[in-house]
Design a protein around this ligand. Structure first.
Ligand SMILES: Nc1ncnc2c1ncn2[C@@H]1O[C@H](COP(=O)(O)OP(=O)(O)OP(=O)(O)O)[C@@H](O)[C@H]1O
Length: 434
């Protein structure tokens, strides 16, 4: 007999002897599964961790949707166990169902098993109709749950199901809840599965490559890797002919070619292949080539257009950097959080990721301080663009404010943290009216 799930660790131990033969692995399950639990109840996580470990699988735990998306952006899971309610007192499952929708839009083949309360049969049915593979009700029997996970994860192997981009290092998941990023997701959902040529524009570092990868992941060719070519490199062109028919291509910068070379490129493109393009200036693509490779434009929004997403992206980049460097779980000081909410990042998401990684490496024990988040502004920095000049000025003000708060308005310490002399800091404070 199996033991129903109990939220107390002591009771959960009792479920171990009840695990099915083979530690809960079904007979033909060959390799350990990686499983993600998205649930804000730590006791559920503790109990499940024991059962899953005994069954020979691996469990990661996310305490809510944001954590969940962050983990899913960094690695692939064979199965996702998704709780449907997060906010206190909510039982309508709306949050979980919205998350289910987004998970499946990013990866239609995702193997998701939803967790509902005992009385949640109606919710479970809705989730199944929306694409969940299965459901479990609390309290559950561990052995039954593990059998469900193994069965559902094995079913994932069907070819069309596999919509993640094999052959790429990371899954292509766009994080963020801003309307700007929601629009991009919606476009990916619509044009990803078609053969339409899509040109991805927007500032460098804003996630153009990620959007291209997400388009490929949503396409019918997702099971095969996308081939990447910078068309400014003539040597790379030879690869265009050698590849299998029906290949997906990521072409970088055809807008940088002159008209004659663009015409030559058009001659080399094959009708049965899919082309996704990254360009700085889509207007520089000739109409003939644009017709083939740029039927639809998707503009990667700058961080300034999705400022609300910055803290969430920052936490994601911090988590990845901490994992990569074996550092403790990262934590932002309140001043660093305040800076993130207002600062401008001239190098977009890539610049933000670099700043977070540097702050984490230079900080103590995973603590990210405001003063470490950006290098001190060079005294005579002469920015190339007037917009950049505005950004830099605003960032400087925010950083100084944050350093002062962090060091309790001790100007000597704040100046040290910013890499400035006391005099230089006083001058800048006066300039910013601080
Ligand atoms: N919405 C997002 N969610 C998660 N990660 C993001 C998001 N936007 C950008 N990033 C991350 O920011 C970094 C920069 O993005 P990416 O490499 O796609 O930039 P890019 O615009 O293609 O740059 P370039 O064209 O100059 O190479 C990457 O690590 C990417 O994963």
């Amino acid at each position: 007999m199996n033991t129903p799930f109990s939220p107390t660790p002591a009771e959960s131990d009792r479920s171990c002897p009840d695990a099915p033969p083979g530690n809960g692995r079904s007979g033909d399950a060959s390799s350990p599964l990686s499983i993600l639990l998205i649930d804000d109840n730590p006791r559920i996580a503790e109990s499940l961790a024991i059962a899953i470990d005994l069954a020979g699988h691996r469990l990661d735990v996310a305490q809510g949707p944001e954590d969940g998306f962050s983990l899913l952006a960094a690695r692939r899971y064979d199965a996702i166990l998704l709780d449907l309610n997060y906010a206190a007192g909510r039982t309508d499952g709306a949050e979980g169902l919205a998350m289910l929708d987004r998970l499946l839009a990013d990866d239609p083949g995702a193997c998701i098993i939803v967790i509902t309360a005992h009385s949640g049969i109606r919710l479970a049915v809705t989730a199944m109709q929306a694409g969940a593979r299965d459901f479990v009700m609390k309290p559950w029997r561990n052995a039954e749950l593990i059998a469900k996970i193994e069965l559902a994860a094995r079913r994932r192997a069907a070819p069309r199901d596999h919509a993640v981009t094999e052959g790429t290092a990371e899954p292509a998941r766009l994080l963020g809840d801003s309307p700007a990023i929601a629009r991009v997701r919606d476009l990916i959902r619509r044009v990803g599965p078609t053969m339409a040529g899509v040109v991805v524009t927007g500032p460098s570092g804003a996630g153009r490559g990620l959007i291209a990868a997400a388009l490929h992941a949503a396409s019918h060719a997702a099971g095969r890797p996308m081939q990447r070519i910078d068309v400014r490199d003539p040597l790379a062109w030879t690869r265009l002919d050698g590849a299998e028919r029906g290949t997906s291509w990521l072409l970088r910068h055809p807008d940088k070619l002159d008209d004659v070379t663009q015409a030559r490129l058009l001659d080399r493109l094959r009708p049965e292949d899919r082309y996704i393009t990254i360009a700085d200036d889509p207007r520089a693509i000739t109409p003939a080539l644009a017709r083939r490779i740029a039927a639809v434009e998707i503009a990667a929004p700058s961080l300034a257009e999705r400022q609300d997403d910055v803290p969430l992206l920052a936490r994601h980049f911090a988590r990845i950097a901490a994992e990569r460097h074996g550092l403790p779980a990262p934590r932002f000081t309140p001043a660093a959080e305040a800076l993130l909410a207002t600062a401008h990042w001239p190098d977009e998401a890539r610049g933000l990721a670099a700043a977070i990684e540097r702050a984490l490496l230079l900080g103590e024990q995973g603590v990210i301080e405001a003063a470490l988040l950006a290098p001190p502004v060079a005294p005579n920095a002469a920015p190339a663009l007037s917009r950049a000049s505005f950004d830099l000025d605003e960032s400087e003000r925010v950083m100084i404010e944050a350093a002062l708060v962090e060091h309790h308005h001790n100007v000597t310490q704040a100046a040290q943290a910013l890499g400035l002399s006391r005099g230089a800091l006083y001058r800048r404070m006066a300039r910013h009216g601080l």
